[in-house]
Design a protein around this ligand. Structure first.
Ligand code: G1P
Length: 295
């Protein structure tokens, strides 16, 4: 057992408008758009559960009822599938979240930024260290999921952890960017973090992806920060203050990240997951081979 408090709670900010996917997201939350046959949000929730999280907290808007419904059990549908002998379909919905995992939600009344969204969950989280997952960043890992890798790093060191990846130098203005320094234990500790700097002033090209393990103290710091980049309360700005009192590591995860907040990333993820799918791979490859022929 680790000497550090367990990471049991995860916050999922899901109140965003998803305008890049209009008209699809006019009435459907973008997090409910499927990659093959599973909504985007379910991948992130499964990643959290694999990492040992047992309390899922959605920060949502009143228009996003569909997300809560998805994670609620639907006894009627379950018994009807069982009565029809459709056991495989039953399995797919029976344990969308395992019985030991609870879901909770809090409403973000105004879209004031990611920092504000996380702050909205302060009562549900309390003082303990917790995880934040941005479902737009879909990460496929060859073995342990990204959050499991990060939780392991936390248990080994007690430090906070932020998922990072190398990004093209020209794209620093689309990410939180960290400057790191290697410790004697070989781990990269964050020395500075800045939200969406221009390439000329970026401290590195290590971009933050939407995975964080943070101390409960971050909520107090979120109250102090003013609106930053884009006029929004930025999580990055509170983390920058947190660095003075709590060590934070940058974890270059093992895996591939798809930016499903963009159409390009979403389609890449769809194709990539379909190509991994036993029932779809052959057909998809044949389709691409003959793509110029009439089907
Ligand atoms: C947010 C964070 C940013 C991070 C990014 C990862 O930005 O503010 O630091 O790099 O998520 O996806 P957003 O993409 O919501 O503008």
């Amino acid at each position: 057992m680790s000497e550090f408090p367990p990471i049991r709670k995860a916050v999922f900010p899901v109140a965003g408008l998803g305008t890049r996917f209009l008209p699809a997201t006019k009435s459907i939350p973008k997090e409910m758009l499927p990659i093959v046959d599973k909504p985007l949000i379910q991948y992130a929730v499964e990643e959290a559960v694999e990492a040992g999280i047992d309390t899922i907290i959605f920060v949502t808007s009143p228009k996003k009822r569909a997300i809560l419904d998805h994670f609620d059990s639907d006894v009627k549908l379950q018994s009807s599938l069982l009565a029809q002998g459709k056991h495989d379909l039953y399995e797919r919905i029976a344990e969308i979240v395992p019985a030991h995992v609870s879901t909770d939600y809090v409403i973000q009344k105004e879209a004031l930024g990611l920092g504000h969204a996380v702050w909205c969950a302060r009562q549900q989280v309390g003082d303990e260290p917790f995880a934040v997952l941005l479902a737009d960043d879909l990460i496929r890992a060859p073995q342990s999921g990204c959050m499991k890798q990060m939780v392991d790093e936390y248990y080994a060191t007690g430090a906070g952890v932020i998922g990072v990846q190398q990004i093209p130098a020209s794209m620093t203005d689309q990410y939180g960017i960290v400057a790191v320094e290697k410790n004697s234990d070989g781990r990269d500790y964050i020395r500075a973090i800045v939200e969406k700097p221009a390439p000329e002033v970026a401290p590195s090209n290590l971009g933050v992806v939407g995975r964080y393990i943070l101390p409960g103290e971050i909520f107090r710091l979120l109250e102090l920060v003013r609106a930053g980049v884009g006029g929004e309360i930025q999580l990055t700005d509170a983390i920058a203050i947190q660095l003075a009192t709590w060590p934070l590591m940058a974890h270059a995860f093992d895996g591939v990240r798809y930016d499903c907040g963009s159409r390009k990333g979403f389609i890449r993820a769809t194709l990539s997951y379909a190509l991994e799918h036993d029932e779809l791979r052959e057909d998809l490859l044949a389709f691409f081979k003959n793509a110029n022929e009439v089907n």
